[in-house]
Design a protein around this ligand. Sequence first.
Ligand SMILES: Cc1cc2nc3c(=O)[nH]c(=O)nc-3n(C[C@H](O)[C@H](O)[C@H](O)COP(=O)(O)OP(=O)(O)OC[C@H]3O[C@@H](n4cnc5c(N)ncnc54)[C@H](O)[C@@H]3O)c2cc1C
Length: 452
Amino acid sequence: MLVVGAGGCGLPAALAAHDGGAQVAVVEKLERLAGNTALSTASIPAAGTRFQRAAGIDDDAARLAEDLLRKSGPHEMEALAHRLAAISAPLIEWLVDAAGVRLELISGYRHVGHRVPRLHAPPSHRGQDLLDDLERAVRARDIPIALAHPVGGLLTDDDGAVTGAVVTRGDAAPLRIGAAKVILATNGFAAAPDLVRRFCPDIAGAPYYGALGSTGDALLLGGALGAALANLGAYQAHASLAYPHGSLMTWTVIEKGGFVVNRAAQRFGDESAGYSAYGANVIAEGNVAFAIYDARIRDTVAQLQSDFAELVELGGARAADDAAALAAHHGLDGAALAETIARYDRAAAGGAPDEFGRRAFGLAPLQPPYVVTRIGAGLFHTQGGLKVDADGRVLRPDGAPIPNLFAGGGAAAGISGRRGGGGYVSGNGLLSALGLGWLAGRAAAAEVAEAR
Ligand SMILES: Cc1cc2nc3c(=O)[nH]c(=O)nc-3n(C[C@H](O)[C@H](O)[C@H](O)COP(=O)(O)OP(=O)(O)OC[C@H]3O[C@@H](n4cnc5c(N)ncnc54)[C@H](O)[C@@H]3O)c2cc1C
């Protein structure tokens, strides 16, 4: 069996297939493992885990599915959202118990779309740790990973069933690899500007913060065999990349009570829509915005998230005793900012309805000293891709599977709605990657075993 792409989908797929009795190899386009999974903050949602129970959190798959669908609205992969919610707890426990991945429940904050704490992550919250642990588990099973092996085509028999893949490397002769099953785990198309312009025009031109390998290869490979595509207009953006640092200013700052203003020191929307949904708002403001919060929020979040603490260390969160001095850090109008803070604080204190309908204010009203971070929005990854069934089998437009072809993660159609960044719930990316990888690996191994 061949897994194409060594990321958050491909490595669990290889592990699951191997543990299901299949002989597996992984091919990776880049010269090292450097997909989106490594860049992520590694937060994976799961409902009903033993980690939640130990923390006294009551949760179940039905509630997770409800949360996912409330935010996404109707879309073409709703059955998959239910399936991923249903396997989320066993998935996390399998990752910890069978693959030795270090994960713990994030209990200090909930993040966008989740009604209870259910994100699980490595203690460091670093995707590199997640990927390292997965790679270690793959190596421990002697599953080969061939680096610098980009797959450029799929092999099929006369009936259209997939029989392997072709690796194409520069001038070298194409390498044909026969395989009983092929799992496409090549992520989405966010690193292909032409595809982004075509399918996600509202985010085209925004800075891209994901991995270089996400060039839409699954769309081309599956598309060439007549695969159906779904949810192509959906993506995950992030509204708060710190400028000029380029690192993430976690949206927890906003959830804990911060808000966002434009160059006129005015708010321009309901920030509780979430970091992905709010990305388009920030872009509409010329992609220059400022997060306004206070020292209590800064210190609370810095304790929870080490990457934010690093941003603070690097001078990315500038403080001042009053609104005028805060505004001066970035050349904003002091009087306008003072008025915006006062209006926001009135709403946070319940003295007036919020002008944008925001209802959750964390620790606000704000208290001096105030803090400001200049932010801009960027594209993280796309959420559309190959239409798959609940085990990752790639489907044709008539709903029939293309025999022997599976897909997961960003290569497959996601669960974040049909279009835009508003349907993305925190962790949808990795839930689809790890979850579909696990499911596809198991299903593909079972098919191989049945055929013996
Ligand atoms: C900054 C950032 C933070 C994020 N944080 C989170 C988070 O906390 N939680 C969450 O759920 N999601 C998060 N995401 C999204 C998440 O990273 C992705 O959804 C997820 O990693 C996708 O996994 P994948 O395996 O599909 O892709 P990847 O991890 O990108 O793996 C795909 C691999 O396939 C390889 N490949 C591509 N084409 C070929 C080919 N033709 N042949 C061979 N190999 C190929 C690539 O080089 C790559 O190594 C974040 C994204 C970013 C950018």
